[in-house]
Design a protein around this ligand. Structure first.
Ligand code: PMV
Length: 320
């Protein structure tokens, strides 16, 4: 039997972070800036040499299997990732182990892609820069989201609290006072691909109206950025509420997400909105220090919650 040390050398390992979008999802696909913060948790991946010519990915806890060369969307996304890494004919087996749920608007697919890219590169004796890891994952995200802005893969690869603009990438954001968010899952999985397509269809049909909402959002993101830097939680809360109203108008909210926003505000949150692709997935609520009332309201309605605090660095998860 091979000794454990030599076995380990034949494995590559990678990890990457999930994220919450604080403001600007969907509009970010069209060039509006968005603000996002990395979570302290994400996805880990392990890569091993596999059968020559076969690249295979599995994530047992998500029931996900993907084989490069297959027809399913996951197969095509994984093939795009492997293509960017220039694997050639080398076989590889990748196993993912997530600490965050999929379909929750927390950037799980991008975290998996960055983690897998890092693991595969390590197996081949390479260490990817954050830019290389982000770029490889972007190829996979383009398949999964149809038209991805690149925000998820950038946050997964770089971490931190950032402003992202398509074509320009990330810039760091100074956080004036720490911000406590409750993240709650609506109980319904959201399909980012379907929601991005729904917004694209609305944009084709009602371009002027949608562009007006995007302009409103760009102003909102600017105001939120100032509020974050100034540590002005009350203004940031207002921005979140207005952002949710625009996402509702765009058609990506659901009854459950709207109710979560209402319940959070009733429980004293400074602001709340859906986060990520919508159509299900998660909502976030900004609280003024004490998260117990929002946690109680959302948990009473059956939502799984975590509390997270945005400082200037990746977010620690405070409560399960
Ligand atoms: O659903 P998530 O966490 O993958 O977030 C997607 C964010 C969108 O703006 C809806 C799409 C994108 O690629 O920017």
């Amino acid at each position: 039997m091979a000794d454990p040390a030599s076995f380990r050398k034949r494995m590559g390992r990678g990890s990457a972070l999930g994220k919450v979008i604080l403001l600007g999802e969907h509009a970010v696909v069209y060039g509006v800036p968005a603000i996002a913060a990395a979570l302290s948790e994400g996805v880990s991946a392990w890569a091993m040499r596999g059968q020559r010519g076969r690249a295979h990915l599995s994530v047992p806890s998500w029931g996900l299997q993907a084989t490069a060369g297959g027809e399913r969307v996951g197969d095509r996304a994984f093939a795009a990732l492997c293509g960017k890494l220039g694997l050639g004919d080398d076989g590889v087996e990748v196993v993912g182990e997530p600490q965050i749920p999929a379909g929750a608007g927390l950037g799980a697919s991008a975290a998996l892609a960055v983690a897998a890219a890092r693991a595969i590169a390590e197996l081949h004796g390479r260490k990817l820069t954050p830019a290389e890891a982000s770029e490889a994952a972007f190829a996979s995200e383009m398949v999964l989201h149809g038209n991805a802005s690149g925000i998820d893969n950038a946050l997964a690869a770089y971490g931190g609290v950032r402003v992202f603009r398509r074509g320009e990438g990330l810039s760091a954001l100074r956080v004036g006072a720490s911000l406590k968010f409750v993240i709650g899952h609506s109980g319904e999985d959201g399909s980012t691909l379907e929601m991005v397509e729904a917004v694209a269809s609305l944009h084709r049909g009602r371009k002027a109206d949608v562009e007006q909402r995007f302009a409103d959002l760009a102003a909102l993101v600017g105001a939120a950025q100032d509020a974050i830097m100034a540590g002005d939680r009350a203004t940031l809360g207002e921005c979140l509420i207005e952002n949710h109203a625009i996402l509702r108008w765009l058609g990506v909210s659901t009854f459950a997400l709207d109710k979560m926003v209402d319940d959070a505000l009733d429980a004293g949150a400074l602001g709340a909105k859906l986060t990520g692709g919508g159509g299900g997935g998660s909502a976030i609520a900004l609280v003024d220090g004490d998260d117990s009332a929002v946690l109680a309201a959302w948990r009473a309605a059956g939502h799984t919650c975590i509390t997270t605090e945005v400082r200037g660095s990746p977010l620690p998860i405070l409560a399960g």
